[in-house]
Design a protein around this ligand. Structure first.
Ligand code: MG
Length: 382
């Protein structure tokens, strides 16, 4: 029975219970690091990033639980002695509301959205669909290092995952299946299901050998978007009894002059974020000519820039801010500034630096006419 795409509720089962160390290394390959992250984490994130996947089950070996616990937002279940047993455990762990399932090999950590889209779309009209690539190389039979025959490649495909199924159909197929299947399409076909072939991708590789690690790393790093932005700001002193720097009110014999609260540090950080996003500056987003920003707390500006970065899929990797002034002394307050910024930006304190320098009594900062601030922001989109 087919269901309309609108009533689909899709779960994903990621099979990660294998003990394979063919790829080299002490740990099973899915728990090894590649481009700064465990392979299983890369794979899980491909599915976590999708709004059309309602539940993700990672099927693991019990000995690997400590690694699996590092991955947030997924459900963990223990697999069995064979791949089939592990898939069955994953299928049984899916919620009662799930209508369709994508079964995926953990070692395919470079699967693209378009490959997943192809399977999901096909499930709108089919009970089973899986990505594959037509074989384009000539095929031989070989014996003892010599070609012993040739094989017609017409109609031959290289199978990939995720393989998608109507959940009741693949559950029943797995319960009925005896023996060892290479993949779930084989199980489905044994139960009489028609399987639609969708478009695979050369980049959707299954990490098996040490060479595959290098290829997967190149693919993951190619898709990573790393940006660095800088910001600079100056505010002059005027009469007053405190300044606001990086969100902190610091007693001083003068105040900083500006339309907002004149938080020169926070303005530089905000501009560094806009800079990394290639999206103008603080003055464009919050025009000083607009009376609603008069006296505004600068955290409004910073939050806007942070939200903009998140909305575009970036996480903030690091912020470095340097305040340039003779007075007030920043050192005693730098730690509290870090804490304040960390809370505002929802960042770990170790990702924020606030430091200060004087300008050796030279220039406007040296004459104590105002404060300058420099900031650098590093953004990463995996
Ligand atoms: Mg400013």
């Amino acid at each position: 029975m087919n269901v309309s795409p609108n009533s689909k509720r899709i779960g994903a089962v990621i099979v990660a219970a294998g003990r394979g160390t063919r790829a080299g290394g002490a740990l099973p390959k899915q728990w090894q690091f590649i481009a700064g992250k465990r392979i299983a984490a890369w794979t899980a994130e491909r599915f976590l990033a999708r709004s059309d996947i309602a539940q993700i089950v990672l099927v693991i070996h019990p000995e690997d639980q400590q690694f699996a616990n590092e991955i947030k937002g997924i459900q963990i279940t223990f697999g069995g002695a064979t791949r089939d047993a592990s898939v069955r455990a994953g299928l049984e762990a899916l919620g009662a509301d799930i209508t369709h399932v994508l079964i995926h090999d953990v070692a395919r950590c470079t699967v693209s959205d378009s490959v997943i889209d192809g399977v999901v779309t096909a499930l709108g009209t089919a009970d089973a669909a899986a990505p594959a690539l037509a074989v384009s190389d000539a095929l031989w039979h070989g014996t003892n290092g010599k070609v012993s025959g040739t094989q017609d490649r017409t109609g031959l495909f290289r199978a990939q995952t995720p393989q998608g199924f109507a959940l009741p159909a693949i559950r029943a197929a797995h319960r009925a299946f005896n023996g060892m299947a290479a993949d779930d399409v084989e199980v489905a076909r044994a139960a009489g299901l028609d399987v639609t072939i969708t478009q695979g991708d050369e980049s959707n590789l299954k990490i098996t050998t040490p060479d595959d690690f290098k290829r997967a790393q190149a693919i993951l790093e190619r898709s990573m978007d790393i940006r660095v932005g800088n910001g600079f700001d100056v505010h002059a002193f005027e009469d007053g009894d405190h300044v606001i720097l990086c969100g902190l009110s610091i007693p001083h014999s003068k105040a900083l002059k500006g339309h907002s609260d004149a938080d020169v540090g926070m303005h530089a950080i905000t501009d560094a974020l806009y800079g990394a996003l290639g999206d103008g500056d603080i003055g464009q987003h919050f025009p000083p000519s607009d009376p609603q920003w008069r006296g505004a707390a600068s955290e409004i500006f910073l939050r806007h820039a942070v939200d903009l970065a998140h909305a575009r899929g970036f996480s903030i990797s690091h912020i470095d801010c340097t305040l340039i002034c003779e007075q007030p002394k920043i050192g005693p307050h730098a730690d509290a500034m870090k804490t304040k910024l960390a809370a505002l930006m929802q960042l770990d304190r170790t990702r924020i630096s606030v430091k200060a320098t004087t300008s050796e009594r030279l220039g406007f900062t040296g004459r104590e006419e105002g404060i300058a601030a420099l900031a650098t922001a590093t953004l990463v989109k995996p």
